[in-house]
Each structure stands twice: as C-alpha cells, then as structure tokens.
Design a protein around this ligand. Structure first.
Ligand SMILES: [Cu+2]
Length: 206
C-alpha cells in the first residue's frame, strides 16, 4: 500500500517535471510549426506516415530545401525527444514535403542566470502600450555590454529594433523605434552577464 502511494506520488511528480513541448504532424504540416522553449528543455516530435524531421540551416529553410546542416533528425513514424542545450532559432523541414513548405522552427531562449550577478536592473518600458516609439530605461551597476532584443510572440527577434551596446554605470534611457512594428504584443529582452530580463510591450497601430 505504502509503495503504491509512493509510486503514485512519484509518477505525479514525474509528469510535472517532464512536461514538455510537443510537435506532431497534421496533414502536410507540423503542429505547432513554431515553438518557443527555454534552454535545456526538450521538444517531443511525433512523426506519422512518411513525415520526418531534419534540421537545416536558416537559408535552406527559407528556400524550402532539404540539405541537412548536420543537426537533429527524427525518422518517420517515430516519437523522439530532442534536447536543446544552446539558445537560438533552430530550423527543420520534412524532407519529402519541404518543397511544399512542410517545416518548422524551435526558438530556444537563453537560460536564466543567477540573481547575484545581476548588473542590469530597474528595467522599464514606457509608454506601454505605445502608439509610436517606446522609451527603455534601466540601471547598470558597472561598465558592461547590454544586449537588447525585441521578440515577437513566437520568440523571433525583430532586428530593426534590437541592439547591443556598451554602457557605463548609471541610469540609461534608450529610444526603441517601435513605430514601424505591426500592432501586437512584444517582449523586450535584456541579456547581460548571461542573465535575461524580460518586459512585455504592447504596440498599437499608428
Ligand atoms: Cu511530410
């Protein structure tokens, strides 16, 4: 009896801990075709029929090509978890159907760092929601490089607004050129010293 309860409790725990993002094949597409996870997490791919998964470069992805970049693969009719240990955007296609656009991406956000090493603090974005540009304010405790990325809801970086710059210690105010962005929810992400700080920003149509 005791053992049964223990097993029950541990399996409950296990189901919480191993909860992960799943991608399946539906018709001739991946579902969902875009997923965002944290560094160190896995995506479980389920391929049916002749569908399969092959990681490719961004250029190959954009051209609906099939050339492997030496990355992950999932055979057809398989359930397989792929662990993503590094951050970035990973591109994959279904080789038999890549020419028809059967492809997907995995966006892996950088792991959160340790609170003690925080150099950037007091991050704020205003006005929020914004109609035109937005003002990003933060404080740095020492001279450092700060990477600011504006991400859309699927984790894709908006290059026209994102930047990387060195800052002296003190309070900083930076203009974010958001007036050209389509209306919607965005994430303003600051990465410094391996620590990620994120604020939501809602951009309204002009
Ligand atoms: Cu396919």
């Amino acid at each position: 009896m005791k053992q049964t309860i223990l097993i029950l409790i541990s399996s409950l725990f296990a189901s919480v801990i191993i909860a992960q993002t799943k991608v399946t094949t539906v018709g001739s597409s991946f579902s969902p075709a875009t997923v965002t996870i944290n560094q160190g997490e896995s995506v479980e791919f389920t391929t049916t029929g002749i569908h399969s998964v092959r990681e490719v470069s961004e250029a190959t992805f954009n051209n609906n090509g099939t050339t492997s970049n030496g990355g992950f693969t999932v055979a057809s009719n398989t359930v397989q978890s792929i662990k993503f240990s590094t951050s970035g955007v990973f591109y994959y296609v279904c080789p038999p159907h890549a020419s028809g656009g059967m492809k997907g991406t995995v966006t892996v956000l950088p792991a959160l760092g340790i609170q003690n090493d925080r150099i950037v603090s007091e991050l704020s974005v205003s006005p929020n929601p914004t109609h035109g540009d937005a003002k990003l304010e933060f404080v740095t405790s020492k001279y450092c490089r700060v990477e600011v990325s504006i991400l859309n809801t699927i984790g894709k970086k908006i290059d026209s607004v994102s930047f990387s710059k060195d800052f002296n210690p003190g309070k900083h105010s930076v203009n974010l050129n958001t007036s050209e962005l389509p209306q919607g929810l965005y994430f303003v992400e600051i990465v410094n010293n391996g620590i990620r700080t994120v604020q939501r920003l809602f951009v309204l149509a002009n």
